[in-house]
Structures are given as structure tokens and as C-alpha cells.
Design a protein around this ligand. Structure first.
Ligand code: A3P
Length: 341
């Protein structure tokens, strides 16, 4: 099903001088940044405190320069492999439930991947130096991002728009990232052995890492501005989806009515957006939504605690220590086993 307002984002041509300025600026920036081997690209650069690929830095500069938030905007933020796809699907379904009834067999989530319905600012909209015209998208506009809180544009941070951050326990996030990077890496990059990836992860070297800085940035903001930043945990969502769907709908300003609850709407949304339903859709088995990567890699196991199948006792000890040292007394804690396991 074609979704008119999301089918194509018109692009304003970037002024040539400006483009040159950005690329020179970027070259200069990268020259001065610490660099490390990447997980699936040659290098990651430490740009303003976080590890990124060159093309991400380029897109972030463009986003920071051009994006203008509206107070009704909703931003889905995460560090990769935390449950972004799921959270985008849930948010889209909840916010658009009047326009697109959940039981409708033409619901957009049955024909489009959640990343097409909720585009990434840095991988889609502002990628390749684009400056898209986003002013005509019907409100509330929903966007996704992996950038750390501090990098969000002032027009987002200083406005009433809502940010939903989804966070997953670092053990599972690591395993999910390692699998995903192994699948989407180009032929020219040999697979990264698990042990090497693990040591990089513990040093903070992963896209948009250190993971602890990323998580704590949004965590602290959610404590300070709970009406504008919602901190959701993948494990809580898995274990008690009904409560967390209600929490999400309340935060988004569209609580479920008693009639909706009695009609089983929350369960319908849960089912529509479940791992099993999304994974089996044709669009998610064969399409490509983020850059040139197959959608099928976005749906692997969708479980809590798969890390036990990969990490040795000494690795568990090492990562636990990293978490203890960095999360300290912030109050941010994780459940790493499923209650079913
Ligand atoms: P696993 O690799 O552990 O299976 P992201 O969406 O941020 O890229 O995160 C991907 C992780 O979320 C993957 O975890 C994937 O299987 C899981 N996932 C994708 N869709 C999901 C859904 N609808 N419900 C629960 N988990 C989902």
C-alpha cells in the first residue's frame, strides 16, 4: 500500500559551496579524530566523544545544520540493536490508529518495514548530504535516530517534542550487534571474530558507543524531563507488553480509552508489531529499508538472554565489571535473563 506522505521525501539541493564546506570540514574533523578498526567498515572515528563511520558524521552535520523540529514531533532514539524496529512499529501503530485502524488488512505495517514508515534522520533523510523538505509531512511526524542525546539538535532538545529511547541490556545488544554486522558487512571485510568484537565493545568501540555514555545520556534526561523523554527497556516490553504499550500511549499523549481497551486494541497492536508477525511478512523477508541492507537481518531471535550461548564466564565477568564501573549509582539497571529461561 502506498503511503502518500511517506513515499518520497523531496530534496532541496544543497548549495555547492556549502557542500564543499561540509566535506572540507568533515575531512578536517576526521583527520583530527582518534580512529579504530570498525566492526564492518575499515574505521570508526571518535567524533565528539562517540564512535561513528564517516558517512554518519557527514549526515549528522547535515541534520544538525538543517533540521527544524516541530513541537508535535516524536523521535525514536536508541543505540543500534536495542529494539528500534519494534519501537518504531509500536509508535507508528499507536499514533496512527485512527487513520490506520489496526484490524485493517491494508495497515501500512503489513506492507512496509517500520524503518520506511519511521525514517532514520542520519541513514535516510540527511544521508549523502541531503537537506529534505520535511515541512509537509502530516503531524505528528515520527523520526528515528541512533545519535546520542547531546547531538540532538537544539530545536529538539529545547522544545516540547517527545523522545522515546529504547534501551536493551548490553549483553544481548552486543550479541545482536555482532550477528547483524557479520551479516551486513561487505565482501571486502572479513568477519570480525566474536572475541575481538567483545574487547572492542568493552572499550566502548562500537557504532555510537561507548554504549554506557549513550544510554546514560538519555537516562539522565528522562529523569530530568519525564514528559519529554521516555526511557523504555526492551526486557520490560517483552515481559509486560500491555503495561508498556499503555505507558507509551500515555507518553505520546494518546492514551487508550476504556472502550479501546475493552475491545482488545492493545492486544491487537501487540500482535501486529510482534516479532513473529513482522518477521513473516513478505516486505520483511525480501525488502531493503536501511541503506542496502536486507530487512530479514533485522529479525533474528528477538529473545532475552541469548548471550548465554556465546559468552564465556570470563567475558561475562569483564562486561559486568565495565557496566558496574560506568553505570555506577546512576540507577540504570538491567535484567539480563528472561523470566522464562
Ligand atoms: P536479536 O538479534 O537478539 O534477535 P534493532 O531493531 O534496534 O535493530 O534491534 C534488533 C533486535 O530486535 C534483534 O534482536 C531483533 O530480532 C529484535 N526484534 C526485531 N523486531 C522485534 C519485535 N517486533 N519484537 C521483539 N524483538 C524484535
Amino acid at each position: 500500500m502506498a503511503i502518500p506522505h511517506l513515499a518520497k521525501f523531496p530534496t532541496i539541493d544543497v548549495d555547492k559551496d556549502e557542500e564543499n564546506l561540509i566535506s572540507n570540514e568533515l575531512k578536517e574533523l576526521i583527520r583530527c579524530c582518534p580512529k579504530e578498526k570498525g566492526w564492518r567498515t575499515s574505521f570508526l572515528y571518535k567524533f565528539q566523544g562517540y564512535w561513528c563511520q564517516t558517512e554518519e558524521i557527514q549526515a549528522i552535520i547535515s541534520f544538525q545544520k538543517h533540521f527544524r523540529a516541530k513541537s508535535s514531533d516524536v523521535i525514536i532514539a536508541s543505540i543500534p540493536k536495542s529494539g528500534t524496529t519494534w519501537t518504531k512499529a509500536l509508535t507508528f501503530a499507536i499514533l496512527n490508529r485512527k487513520k490506520f485502524p489496526i484490524s485493517n488488512e491494508n495497515h501500512p505495517l503489513l506492507a512496509s518495514n517500520p524503518h520506511d514508515l519511521v525514517p532514520f534522520l542520519e541513514y535516510k533523510l540527511y544521508a549523502n548530504n541531503q537537506n529534505p523538505n520535511l515541512s509537509n509531512i502530516p503531524e505528528p511526524r515520527i523520526f528515528g535516530t541512533h545519535v546520542p542525546f547531546g547531538w540532538l539538535q537544539e530545536s529538539i532538545k529545547g522544545s516540547d517534542c517527545r523522545v522515546v529511547y529504547v534501551c536493551r541490556n548490553p549483553f544481548d545488544t552486543f550479541i545482536s550487534s555482532w550477528h547483524y554486522c557479520s551479516k551486513i558487512r561487505s565482501e571486502s571485510h572479513p568477519p570480525l571474530p566474536l572475541e575481538e568484537a567483545f574487547n572492542m565493545y568493552c572499550k566502548g568501540v562500537i557504532g555510537f558507543g561507548p554504549f554506557w555514555e549513550h544510554m546514560l545520556g538519555y537516562w539522565k534526561e528522562s529523569l530530568e524531563r519525564p514528559n519529554n523523554v521516555l526511557f523504555m527497556k526492551y526486557e520490560d516490553m517483552k515481559e509486560d507488553p500491555i503495561s508498556h504499550l499503555k505507558r507509551l500511549a500515555n507518553f505520546l499523549g494518546v492514551p487508550f480509552s476504556t472502550e479501546e481497551e475493552e475491545a482488545g486494541l492493545i492486544e491487537q497492536i501487540m500482535k501486529l508489531c510482534s516479532f513473529e508477525s513482522l518477521k513473516d511478512l513478505e516486505v520483511n523477508k525480501s525488502g531493503k529499508s536501511i541503506k542496502n541492507f536486507d530487512n530479514k537481518h533485522l529479525f533474528r531471535k528477538g529473545e532475552i538472554g541469548d548471550w548465554v550461548n556465546y559468552l564465556s564466564p570470563s567475558m561475562v565477568e569483564q562486561l559486568s565489571r565495565v557496566m558496574e564501573e560506568n553505570f555506577g549509582d546512576s540507577g540504570l539497571k538491567f535484567k539480563v535473563f528472561s523470566s522464562a529461561s
